[in-house]
Design a protein around this ligand. Structure first.
Ligand code: ATP
Length: 344
């Protein structure tokens, strides 16, 4: 099922929760909405589910307007942050709940369908149990099975992992991804966790203040952010602002530009403006190497196993670099190459 949001806005009195959001989610795609608290993620999901109607714009499923179509007629499966399982029902009854109102997919009995789903989420034989007898991760699997049982065309997941601890979250997100691929169900996932968004998605939409900042594949967003907001929101980044001292014309594109930041000149890819903001990821820096060097004072080091994150004080600003075996204190010179800088 292909999903379209066409200039969708949502106002609550004076508050604008969404301001003209347009996006298309392809059939079978895993599409993630990510952004800080209050940026409009849950509102978008509620509009897709049909719990709310847009103030302007349109939601379409396979080209068909969803205006006035109630939630139960949209063929949508939902999983929320809180497991929201029915406590007075067994696991099997929970999974079978949605099948009471829908045709059981695959022409099998309700019991067979429930067994199928429990197997899919790796909970075979747990059907007779009470939800309270399950761990948080298992309860969330039941919630997923319940949402998938009627064979929805669209799966909506609102921060489904946020109540789980880090290890369990990673495991469950791999499983969710695998199940989603196996079923090929179009999925919209909401999270405020940028690392999770990058890890799980086919494409990610970064929202800020009810607007779309950027949409793209995880690698593309990470490597080529279109704005300072995206550069800083997705993973750690160093953003520098400077003035271009020799704007190179199109004739010598290979030359690049010299950009002055805090009295120091850096060589960057060609910049066609007088002033510029650019970002350099912590991992792009090396100690005593790279064309563009800076010497800073070590403020703090964090050993992370694979690498060490070092916070440097340089010309009144903080620069974060990820390097092997850095000095514990004092001054250190680090550098990056022009191609590691991304001009915003
Ligand atoms: P979070 O990550 O904190 O859940 P979110 O990105 O999901 O945030 P939304 O819940 O979509 O954000 O809210 C977007 C904006 O709309 C916020 O400013 C919020 O206060 C406002 N809002 C959401 N629902 C309502 C409502 N029913 N009435 C009034 N304002 C609302």
């Amino acid at each position: 099922m292909e999903l379209t949001l066409d200039g969708v806005s949502k106002h609550y009195g004076e508050t604008t929760a969404l301001a003209g959001l347009s996006a298309t989610v392809g059939d079978g795609e895993f599409f993630t909405l990510v952004g800080p608290s209050g940026c409009g993620k849950t509102t978008t999901l509620r509009l897709l589910a049909g719990f709310e109607e847009p103030s302007a714009g349109e939601v379409r499923f396979d080209g068909e307007s969803m205006a006035g179509v109630p939630p139960e007629d949209r063929g949508v499966g939902l999983v929320f942050q809180s497991y929201a399982l029915f406590p007075h029902m067994t696991v099997a009854e929970n999974v079978g709940y949605g099948l009471r109102f829908a045709e059981v997919p695959g022409g099998v009995s309700t019991d067979e369908r429930v067994a199928e789903l429990l197997e899919l989420v790796d909970l075979e034989g747990m059907g007779p149990r009470d939800p309270t007898e399950l761990s948080g991760g298992q309860q969330q699997r039941v919630a997923l099975a319940r949402a998938l049982a009627p064979g929805p065309d669209l799966l909506l997941l609102d921060e489904p992992m946020s109540a789980l601890d880090a290890r369990l979250r990673e495991r469950l997100r791999r499983d969710v991804r695998e199940i989603q691929r196996e079923l090929g169900v179009t999925t919209v996932y909401v999270t405020h966790d940028q690392a999770e968004a990058l890890a799980i998605s086919d494409r990610v939409a970064v929202l800020s203040d009810g607007r779309l900042e950027q949409v793209g594949r995880p690698r593309e967003l990470y490597r080529r952010p279109s704005s300072r907001f995206v550069a800083e929101f997705l993973g750690e980044n160093n953003v520098f602002e400077g003035s271009v001292v020799d704007a190179s014309g199109p004739a010598d594109e290979t030359e690049g530009s010299a950009v002055r930041v805090a009295g120091r000149e850096f060589r960057l890819p060609p910049v066609g403006a007088a002033s510029v903001a650019f970002c350099v990821r912590p991992a792009a820096f090396e100690v005593d190497a790279g064309e563009n060097r800076l010497t800073g004072e070590v403020l703090d080091t964090e050993f992370l196993g694979e690498t060490t994150r070092v916070h440097l004080q340089w010309e009144g600003r903080r620069v974060v670099v990820a390097v092997d075996d850095p000095p514990e204190g004092g001054e250190v010179t680090v550098g990056f190459d022009p191609e590691d800088a991304w001009v915003l």
